[in-house]
Design a protein around this ligand. Structure first.
Ligand code: PPS
Length: 566
């Protein structure tokens, strides 16, 4: 039964060519990365029985009772969020072309519904919270468009993937593979993290206990912000595959955009894996948990996902396999399920937490062989070198004339003297000359200027260099956005050059304060324009009666203290 093909939403090749031609005339929507993931699963049957983006009736039913309007179980809304401007240009029953980020037409949506969702209600119903520490709640409130469009989709072509092509399968391709190998029972392991020995032991045990074959089914679409990138993870998974007895296990990549919705997400993962031909799925402690809320507490109870899954598994037609918490018993040199160890008090139980692993990686410390496979550790070290070899950004902010540029120059020279990493200075004046010459000093223009600096600094950081930025950057929200962009790749050190406005005006190196007081320069920071004082900078520097060398040295000490230079 599980081996029978699942309905896909693609049209034939000939029809697709024709549709593509016709669709060029239609209004079109450029899909976001999340929407591309969702569309791919809609089209290939991963989200069966959905036949398009949810209409309003299904959406309401999903929110209130985790079902579609026809009562089939479905826990997560699959909605097409768009801007108000785009929504108002669309008629109901109109076809629109859905394009990827390069403009390629992937599908046609026949719009049957358009509505303004109550996002507060959606967040509470699906995620149980409106706390924006939850990544999907944050996405809903701060990224998603304000209007939803719903209706059936007609697939023209799947989204293109250029990476790990041989490892990507549609539900029907996996079903056919299982059929060919005669795999009648398949247990799926959903993951967004690299696998270590404990995972290998628990997944192998799960397959043995259920007398099933094993599918390692990692998510490579969108996972939790801050996760290890999927390129590194897939190389790690490949390194671990030959640790399983041959022909018991396979691996396939799932282009899913996770929501980190805990219990509801577990049900969703189960339904998706059933579509991919699996009979079982491993559900762990705190499955798809989003981390801590703004009070520092877990969003969901550790076993909520397992309980909700258990309550629905008969109806779903896929069985849950409890995740066993595996620990290493030193005396027996093997992993064992923690709750099956009878002689706990007489043996040494070893474990390394995720936080400890990250610390060891970032400080270049040893990672023992009992914990992970050398090939996996090697991959992780390759993509995440110790902090002293990673890129980072020093971001100096303060009033005009506060001393940012002078300190930045001194810092640059000191770092160049040390050597090891390329150093780039993005001083306010240099940037305004080379990157932002058309911009003025309105809030909009200043934000654009800072976002450009942030983008360049994030690229430098990503590629292992040091970026020193020295703009005024008067707005807290913009500085925070830049921090987020950069922290995806390396450290961000905000340095407040805290020279008072009175002192800056007294120095008036460029004669600008005089002109600002006379009203000859408008919107001048600190005189006629705001400056949000940084609340939690990594470092705050006083410059009055302190020489430049000492100021730059304080930054060097901070960098040493953070392990960024040795
Ligand atoms: S911002 O707000 O971060 O985009 O500003 P920034 O790019 O750092 O540019 C600040 C330099 O531009 C000169 N200048 C002004 N500063 C503030 N407000 C107004 N209206 C203004 N007009 C010109 C000033 O020389 C700043 O140089 P620094 O190096 O900060 O002294």
């Amino acid at each position: 039964m599980l081996h029978a093909p699942i309905p896909e939403l693609y049209v034939s090749y000939e029809s697709a060519q024709k549709l593509k031609y016709e669709a060029a005339e239609l209004p079109s929507w450029d899909l976001t990365p999340r929407q591309i993931c969702d569309l791919e699963q809609l089209l290939n049957g991963g989200f069966h029985p959905l036949r398009g983006f949810n209409n309003e009736q299904d959406y309401n039913a999903i929110l209130s009772n985790m079902r579609l309007a026809d009562h089939s179980l479905w826990p997560i809304p699959i909605t097409l969020d768009v801007s108000e401007h785009f929504a108002s240009s669309i008629d109901i029953q109109q076809d629109i072309a859905l394009r990827d980020q390069e403009g390629v037409i992937l599908a046609i949506l026949t719009v049957t519904d358009r509505w303004i969702p109550d996002k507060q209600h959606e967040a509470t119903s699906i995620f149980g919270t409106n706390d924006t520490q939850h990544p999907a709640v944050n996405y809903l409130h701060n990224t998603a468009g304000n209007v939803y469009l719903g209706g059936p989709v007609t697939g023209i072509q799947p989204p293109a993937h250029y990476d790990f092509r041989a490892r990507r399968d549609t539900p029907n391709e996996l079903r056919a593979y299982f059929r060919k190998l005669g795999w009648h029972r398949v247990v799926a392991f959903q993951t967004r993290n690299p696998l270590h020995r404990a995972h290998q032991e628990l997944t192998f045990r799960a397959a043995k206990d259920t007398q099933a074959n094993l599918l390692i089914h990692p998510v490579v679409g969108l996972t939790k912000p801050g996760d290890i990138d999927h390129f590194t993870r897939v190389r790690c998974y490949e390194a671990i595959l030959d640790q399983y007895p041959s022909s018991t296990t396979t691996m396939s990549l799932l282009n899913l955009a996770m929501r980190m919705a805990g219990p509801r997400e577990a049900i969703w993962h189960g339904l998706i894996r059933k579509n991919y031909g699996c009979t079982h799925i491993i559900i762990g402690r705190d499955h798809a948990g989003p981390g801590k809320n703004s009070q520092g507490e877990d969003f969901y109870g550790p076993y909520d996902a397992q309980e909700l899954f258990r309550a629905h598994q008969d109806e779903m037609g896929i069985e849950m396999v409890d995740f066993k918490h595996m620990v290493y018993v030193q005396e027996r040199a093997q992993y064992e399920p923690a709750d099956e160890i009878q002689d706990k008090d007489d043996v040494t139980i070893l474990n390394i937490s995720g936080t400890e692993l990250r610390r060891r990686l970032s400080e270049g410390l040893e990672i023992p062989e009992w914990f992970s496979f050398p090939t996996v550790v090697e991959e992780l070290r390759r993509s995440k070198p110790p902090r002293a070899k990673q890129g980072f950004t020093v971001f100096l902010t303060g009033f005009s004339g506060s001393g940012k540029s002078t300190i930045a120059n001194a810092l640059m020279v000191k770092l160049m003297e040390m050597g090891g990493r390329p150093v780039t200075l993005l001083d306010g004046d240099i940037v305004r000359k080379n990157l932002s010459s058309e911009l003025g000093f309105s809030k909009e223009h200043r934000d654009l200027n800072i976002r450009r600096i942030g983008y360049v600094a994030s690229e430098i950081t990503k590629n292992g260099g040091i970026a020193i930025c020295a703009p005024i950057a008067p707005y807290e929200t913009t500085r925070r956005a830049v921090r987020e962009d950069i922290e995806a790749f390396g450290a961000f050190i905000e340095v407040h050059v805290a020279t008072s406005i009175e002192e800056c005006e007294r120095r008036d190196r460029k004669g600008l304060y005089k002109l600002a007081r006379e009203g000859k320069i408008k919107e001048f920071t600190g005189i006629s324009d705001p400056y949000d004082v940084p609340k939690n900078p990594e470092l705050s520097i006083e410059t009055e009666n302190v020489d430049v060398d000492h100021c730059a040295h304080q930054i060097i000490l901070k960098l040493e203290n953070m392990g960024l230079i040795s």
